[in-house]
Design a protein around this ligand. Structure first.
Ligand SMILES: O=C(O)CCC(=O)C(=O)O
Ligand SMILES: [Fe+2]
Length: 535
């Protein structure tokens, strides 16, 4: 798991699993997290002890019903309606503030807009609320309206599609930048790899990071492996440490034998697919090849592995950090053991938020399935493995290899399993090797993130392609549907806060591929533009 997993969604997943089997709507969970300053256990205690009416989706402070329930004297009841006039924005703001490091990040001008810290809304001056307030007819009528209705001319309704489950490879390819292979490895190898990783997973750790003033733990165990032929490369060892959010760790392990075998097969599948797909200009340009040679477009030199034991272990919505992968990476994710849902949701760009809503896609991942997250998945979508209420246990079709462990462990491995093992094969790019990662003012390597919310711009009129907005690094292919192109802006940000008692320096700096000497890129071959200056 990587640091981007620190999203609020992780906390939400942890909170709902603590509350299981009682189910709460997400706004209620969020409110509780905000109140408890991100303390999941405190939030769970609070929610468990609340009277049932608070557990409903719509706050009782809205509408006539809330008005009738919330107070029993005519005077104080109205005082509270002022308080409830901005709850949605407060929740949203507070939600942003739940992100790791947000407390320590000052309002630096280089900070992307959507992450800007916000606390109390400016229309809520901090004075004691008056007990009595005169009510205008308008305010009174507002109470009689259904929830969410303001009486103002309403914004155009956004069409919200329900989540869609994608079962077939064709549907996955149609709706997402991913491809699904239902049976990736020879069955015996898939099973041997499952046993090997399950056995090793006993020593894997839960990731830890600072959130506000406390350490939180990931709701699954994780580990990092380096391919044997890349093992001597010191950069890989340094990069490995950042899989664990910068926590000092033992050196990473080399790929176990069946993982090496699986990797060769997966590399072939990935390369074949990449040759058929349209490439993005900022993808890695590849090593030079001699005439007549097939170029190697992708090479897995590291792998991260996760173990989800039981239905409740999960990983929250995140996109993978790009620090060592670079822009537009391809990540091949193998599933072994219990069938679990892999969920994808687009991050809708800020300037499209009023026009459309993101759709959630659920992709059930069975034993031995491979989902390839192709270029642009990390720029456009977030993904997660949600906690589930139930799972089907996994009966491995072959017995464990007898040379894997001692007789007691073999007996244990032979049992039906509740675990899912995930292995993500990744290509750490030579032009993003650890030595070249910028350091922040805390003298800690930064992390690289795409600016997902501002990723498009209107195409300039034809003939003026050189007029670019300052700060843009590159733009890729024109969107087939319209007149927009992808703006590939990436931020180097301070990551010290995740380990350093929650304190960081708050650095945000635009990646400048030219000044930083990155490449070669796919787009180098065509005419690639880079900006004169970056902020
Ligand atoms: O378990 C999975 O399928 C996803 C894991 C993941 O997203 C990650 O390790 O970054
Ligand atoms: Fe991920």
């Amino acid at each position: 798991m990587d640091a981007a997993h620190n999203d609020t969604e992780v906390l939400l997943a942890m909170l709902s699993s603590l509350l299981h089997p009682i189910e709460f709507e997400q706004p209620v969970l969020l409110d509780a997290l905000v109140k408890s300053q991100g303390d999941v256990e405190k939030a769970a205690r609070g929610l468990r002890s609340e009277p049932p009416r608070k557990k409903r989706k719509v706050s009782s402070q809205y509408g006539l019903e809330g008005w009738l329930q919330s107070h029993d004297t005519s005077s104080s009841m109205i005082a509270n309606t002022t308080k409830s006039s901005t709850p949605r924005s407060e929740t949203k703001n507070a939600r942003e503030n739940l992100k790791p490091g947000s407390r320590s990040v000052s309002s630096s001008s280089t900070r992307p807009r959507e992450e800007s810290p916000s606390t109390v809304p400016s229309d809520s001056p901090k004075k004691p609320p008056s007990k009595v307030k005169n009510v205008t007819t308008r305010e009174f009528m507002a109470l009689l309206r259904p929830p969410n209705s303001t009486g103002e001319p309403s914004k155009p309704q956004i069409l919200r599609h329900p989540p869609l489950t994608l079962i077939t490879p064709e549907h996955v390819a149609e709706h997402t930048p991913c491809t699904l292979h239902s049976s990736a490895l020879p069955p015996e190898l898939a099973c041997r790899l499952f046993y090997t990783m399950l056995h090793l997973s006993r020593n894997w750790k839960r990731n830890k990071w600072w959130l506000f003033d406390r350490v939180v733990e990931s709701p699954h165990r994780t580990s990092f492996y380096v391919r044997r032929d890349a093992y001597e490369n010191k950069d890989m060892h340094e990069a490995a440490q950042y899989w664990y959010n910068g926590r000092p760790t033992d050196p990473p392990a080399p790929f176990p034998e069946p993982m090496e075998e699986a990797c060769k097969i997966i590399e072939r599948v990935v390369n074949e697919e990449m040759r058929r797909r349209e490439r993005f200009p900022l993808e890695w340009g590849g090593y030079p090849v001699k005439d007549g040679e097939e170029p190697e477009l992708w090479r897995a030199n590291v792998a991260a592995s996760n173990c989800y034991e039981g239905a409740k272990e999960s990983v929250g919505f995140h996109s993978d950090q790009l620090t060592y992968l670079g822009p537009y990476p391809t990540i091949a994710s193998l599933s072994l053991g219990v069938n679990r849902i892999f969920r994808l949701r687009e991050v809708v760009p800020t300037d499209e938020k009023d026009k459309r809503a993101a759709r959630t896609f659920n992709i059930p991942l069975r034993h031995n399935s491979l989902i390839i997250m192709h270029a642009s998945t990390q720029e456009v979508f977030k993904h997660c493995v949600p906690a589930q209420n139930t799972i089907d246990m996994f009966h491995p079709p072959y017995p464990p290899p007898s040379d894997l462990a001692g007789p007691d462990d073999i007996a244990k491995l032979s049992e039906t399993s509740n675990a899912r093992i995930n292995i993500t094969f990744r290509f750490y790019r030579p032009d993003f090797r650890a030595q070249t990662t910028p350091r922040c003012r805390c003298d800690v390597p930064c992390i690289l993130r795409p600016d997902m919310k501002n990723r498009y711009e209107d195409l300039p009129p034809s003939g003026s392609l050189d007029q670019k907005r300052e700060g843009d690094v590159d733009r890729s292919t024109e969107e087939s549907a319209g007149k927009r192109s992808t703006v590939a802006k990436y931020w180097w940000t301070c990551y010290a806060g995740a380990q350093n008692d929650g304190q960081g320096c708050g650095l945000w700096k635009v990646m400048d591929i030219k000044a930083e000497g990155r490449g070669p890129f796919v787009g180098d071959a065509a005419s690639m533009h880079t900006p004169a200056s970056n902020t």
